[in-house]
Each structure stands twice: as structure tokens, then as C-alpha cells.
Design a protein around this ligand. Sequence first.
Ligand code: ATP
Ligand code: MG
Length: 776
Amino acid sequence: MEKYLSQLNEAQLAPTLQKDGPMIVIAGAGSGKTRVLTYRIAYLMSQGVDAFNILALTFTNKAAREMKSRIATIVGDSEAKNLWMGTFHSVFAKILRFEADRLGYPSNFTIYDTQDSDRLIASIIKEMDLDKDVYKYKQIRSRISSYKNSLITVKAYFNNPELMEADAMARRPQMGNIYKQYVDRCFKAGAMDFDDLLLKTNELLTRFPEVLAKYQDKFRYILVDEYQDTNHSQYLIVRALSDRFQNICVVGDDAQSIYAFRGANINNILNFQKDYDDVKLFRLEQNYRSTKNIVNAANSIIDKNQTKLDKVVWTANDEGAKIKVNRSLTDGDEGRFVASTIFETKMQEQQKNSDFAVLYRTNAQSRAIEDALRKRGIEYRIYGGLSFYQRKEIKDVLSYLRLIINPSDEEALKRIINFPARGIGQTTVDRLVVAANRYDKSIFEVLKNLSTIDISINSGTRNKLQDFVTMVESFQVMNQTATVFELAEHVVKVSGLIREFNKDGTPEGVARMENLEELLNGMKDFVEGQKELADTTGSLAEFLEDVALATDLDADKGNSDHVALMTIHLAKGLEFPYVFIVGLEEDLFPSAMSMNTRSELEEERRLFYVALTRAEKQAYLTYALSRYRWGKLIDADPSRFIEEIDDEYLDVITPIEEQRFNPMLSADIFGDVEPNKIRFKKPKQPTFKKKGTTKSAPEKFKISTPKNLKPVAKTGASTNLFDNNLVVGNIVKHLRFGKGEVLKIEGVGSDVKAEIKFEVGGVKKLLLRFAKLEVI
Ligand code: ATP
Ligand code: MG
């Protein structure tokens, strides 16, 4: 047997060695599904399957790259590079580029990112004179997206009275017309949005049997990771392509289906066995990722879902530490808890930043965590924000390049026609848009034919427009001979972009210039890299395609050491030794918007399952009693998900009773900041009426550093008074509770707690590692 196969257990070997026919691997988190897919590809190649005939579809491009490089170590670089691997979007964008003319698109079609789509939709709403508070462009975009992912074309929409009625009921009777305008305008601009990449692929494979046959013949072996999250459009593509040879292998976990809100259809995995004849079903049961405590806790959670396939997940790994549950007073305290725990753990366990991940339900939650990490000087990175290529200055440059290869690209043109400023006002642009619609031409064509078109533009402006056209055309000429890098370097100079970015000398200006330099470096890499890759030609169109589909996950070169901050949705498939799941509060997680039906709640629970199963060694569940949301301080209750986990797997590190009566405790034990820096802003004062305390909690927040009292440790980083031989009977002084007597000491190592009777506030149990005490 090949050596690499010894890195699989028996259950994993079975699907790996099953060369032909339809098959499905259904297995819980961390059981090696992705590993099986990777090794199966290597195995297929060792069995003589040509790399050109294998297609692997992954959840992120980064996952595809990692898989490919793993395969390369087994089968060799030169073989591996011929594999077609990537996300649905990136793979089918490539195919569409070959076949674009059949669908009436230029092969250099632009890919509109979400920002472009938003802008176009907003401008259509404005042109149609609709109320933008009723027709919110983001909502419209997501509606259009869901039509496309369900293969509801404009024509199908207008043939479906139910859909039209639903939109009318939602006070948006013009929805269909906006959809139509949007589709027409994209088409005229030679642009496809993300959803088009799937929709048009389906159109291509349905309308042109010879094209379908060609790709069926090419992709004789198809593999799909995270199959539970495919949408209808993706499902149909996979079905069509695999129909002839039926060598289709999908892996997934129904318990990790978390994209229903974006059209993913869990039935794709549940019904797979009905879609093909003679499907082989494999199950993997051993989890290699996590400790027993984590695996068992995750099992106990997912058990609460009614809709699920029965699965066993167990692990031979260590018992591990219990899952730590921490309650904080505010979201700020929660952030400080996370930061100080990371700080401590790094010290005590010699861990790197990259061993930690903080996962949250919504992006807005990152701010409090970021603030705390920054104060601690801990490097972090937020994922899921703008990709590098979506930053303003970068998009400006890219818009020039987009216009060069596709002059019809309306969004690119509108973005740069007057940037840097060249005296072409918004009114002129609006008139150009109207003329383009009237003559059914692109704006650039209108510009080229200004003299023959009925449009009210004065001669001064006409000259400026003419200059703009001449400049773009000169770039187009250069593009025929120059590399992407040379062209971009020329464009940023001649267009005036460099001067514009460089002119103010502010730190922001410097950062913009650095980004520009980074972009040019990336282009140089692309030009050099393409010589080695079989599946690229190094064209500008290809470069733009790569960057349109890049996410900030892709930019991670793995050479910097940072804590990862991301939403749970994004964390799918990943793993980290330490995972914090923050904001575990009712109405936040589970989300208030997902509590109307059982199926929505079950999706939230699956999301929690995904989050918990990212952890290898230690998971932390945190929640706050009050949190700022939508600009208001909201009281919060702990998430039901915490209660749903069997107690035996949990270690509640802030006893609820203590916190309830001593609201400052959470800041005290875990706050870990210099006392005089603790500021509680007025609006942040929680009201405890619901909890039944009569004490005027807000009063207690007026904390000032008592005179003549030195903190034991300034940063609190390694305060461990137990080293100072704290014993029962000692009289200690605490920064906030004043004098007290040590009644009891319990626990070992870093978990040592002291029970202390304070003059103010009574008996408290403090974790000595964090408490700021002075023996007097
Ligand atoms: P998820 O459901 O989260 O996507 P998965 O089922 O795809 O998880 P993998 O990511 O493939 O699981 O594997 C989880 C971890 O276990 C990885 O670190 C992987 O390298 C390791 N692993 C898988 N199988 C084995 C094995 N047979 N021996 C040792 N380690 C393994
Ligand atoms: Mg996986």
C-alpha cells in the first residue's frame, strides 16, 4: 500500500479507495472528511486518472490551495498543478470565460462584486424614482440573489404570480422591474455578478448539449467538500456534470449545514442517495480534532435537533479540560476577559497568537474584542471584512484596468470618469447614463459617439470627455503588448492616481501608497507565477477574475502570527487549539431573527455545533449581562445553548450568584486593566431590576483608585499572589472591596481561589491569578 494511505484509519480508507461510482461520506466534524477528499485525489492519480479529468470543489479557494499543495507533496508538483480545484465560483468563472460568446458575453466579461451590484441597484432605484427607504438596495440585492440561486430568471419571475404577489405584499411592487433593469444593465455592461457565475453556468450546460458533453468528458471524477451547503444552482451543476460517468464523491455533515439563509439546501445531502443509482454511503466516526470533552459536549448539543441524520462521533483523544463558561457584566468586560485569557495562556502554555480564534455570530461584535486585544498589544486579524482588492484606492486602480479590457463596464466607468477630478460633474454622468439607456448602448460607446448623439453637454465638458476616451484607448493599445504589471504601473502614473493618493502626505495617504505598492507587487508575482501554472494565461482578464473572487481569507499568507476573529459562518472547516465563542446570549445567538420556526432555531444550533467543533484543546463560551446593540444598552440572558450542554462538560468560571450581587466582580477578576483606567460610561450602567436586586448597582461603578494603595501588578498579566504564600487568616486589601480576611483557599495551580470576607460586600470567592490583592 502507498505510504500516505497509512495516514488514514480503516473507515477513511474505504471511501478513499472506492475509485468509481457515486458515493457520499456523511460524518461529523473533525472526522477527516476533508482529509479523505484530499487523499482520494492523490489515490485516483496513482491509479492512472489524469489530473485534467479531476474536478474538486471546495468551500474556499484557500482550502483548495492547501489541498492542492498537500496533494503535490504526494504526487509531485507537476502533476498536481493540472488539477481543477477551487470554489464553485472560481472554477465556473474560468469555464464561462471560455464559453462566454455563446451566451452573448465578451470573454473579457467583468465580475461585479457585491459593492458593484449594490451601486448599480442603488442607481437603478434612483433612476426609477423609487423611495429608497422602501426599496433598500441591500435587501433588493439579496432578493435578486435568491432568485438567481433558485434559477428564477426575470422571465420566470414575471410568469410566477405568487412571487410577484409576495413582493407586492412587501410593498415592493416594482421588484420585478428592478430585477429586469439590473439584469439588462449587467448584460449591457458585459458583467456577471457572483450569482450569475452559477446561473450562467447552468444556462450554458442546459442550452448547449455539446458544451455539457465536453465538460462531462473532461471532469470524469468530481469531488465536493461541504456538500451540505450547496444551493440549488450548485446542485444542478454538479448533477449535470456528473451525469455521464457518475464518478461523484461528495462529503459533508448535515449537522453543519449553516447557509440556508443564503439558499443552501440541506436536502441536497439528504437526498443524494436518490439522485444516483447505487450510491455507496460511508460514515466516519472517529474525531481526530478535539478532546473528549469538546466532542461529547458538541454531541450533546446537536442531539437536541430533531431534523438530523443519526451519527456517531467519538474520539480517542484526551479527556481535555472542561469547556469554560464565563459571564461578564458588559460586552467590554467580555472583550477584556478574552484578551486577558489569551494573554495568560500564551504566557503559561507558550502558545502563538494563531492558536486562538474568537468566533461570533455577527460582525458587529468584533469591536469590543478588538479594543481589548489592542490594549493588550495582541496582534489580531478580522476576517470577512473587505478583501484587499475592495479597498477604495485599490478598486480605483482596478476600475481603470477593468475599463481597459471591458469598456462597457458601467460601474468601473462611473467610478473613475471623474477620479482623479477632471471636471466631469455628476450631472454630466447622469445624462450619459440616460443617453446610454435611450440608445441601448454602453456609456463608453455614447462617449465615443458624442457628436452624433442628442445630448446636452457643453463644449468644455465634451473636450474633457474626449480626453478621457483618448486616455482609455491609449491604455487599451498598451494592453496588447505589455504585462499586467507594466500596464498598471503606467496607468497609475498617467491617470494621475499616484499624484492623487500621494498629495496629502497624511498617514492615510502613506497607507494608500503602500497598498498601491502592494497591488503592483502582487501583479508582478502574478506575471511571474503564471509562467508556471497550466491553468492561466496571465492575461489582465484573468488577473481581474482572481481578484474579484478573492476574499480576505485568501490574502492570508500564513507568515504573520495573529489571533483570528471571524463569524462562525466563515470558520467552517477550520480548526484552532483555543476557541472563544462570544456573545452567547438569547436574541444574539440564537439570533432574534431565527426564533420563529423550529427549523430556523435548529440552524442556529447547527451553527453553534460548528463553532464548538472548531476547538482542538479548549473552548470558552462567554456572554455578557448587558451589551450595546443598535446604540442602546440591552439586558441580556444567557443563551439557551449553554444550558443545553450537559453540565459535566462545563466549568463555570464565574459563579452566577457572585456576579449578580457584585456587578464589579466581572471587571475585577477578569478585567485585568489598571484600575484607574476602568471607566464606565454613564449609559453603560446596567439596571438590575429584572434580576431582583435592590442595590443601586450604578453607584458601585464610580470606581476610583484608593489612595495609598499600590496595585500588586500593574498590568495584571502575571499576578499570582499565591506565590506570596497567601494563607487562611491573612488580612488582605483589595482595590475595590477594601480590607478582608482569607477564610479558605481551594484549587490548584492557576485555578487557586480564595474565599475572602471583605468589610464591604461580604464573602467573595476570587481567582487569585487575577485578583489584585495585597497582604497587610
Ligand atoms: P469538518 O467537518 O470540520 O470540516 P473534517 O471531517 O473535514 O472536519 P478534517 O479537517 O479532514 O475533518 O480532519 C480534522 C483533523 O483531524 C485534521 O487536523 C486532520 O489532519 C486530522 N485527521 C484526520 N484524520 C486523521 C487520521 N487518520 N490520523 C491523524 N489525524 C487525522
Ligand atoms: Mg472539512
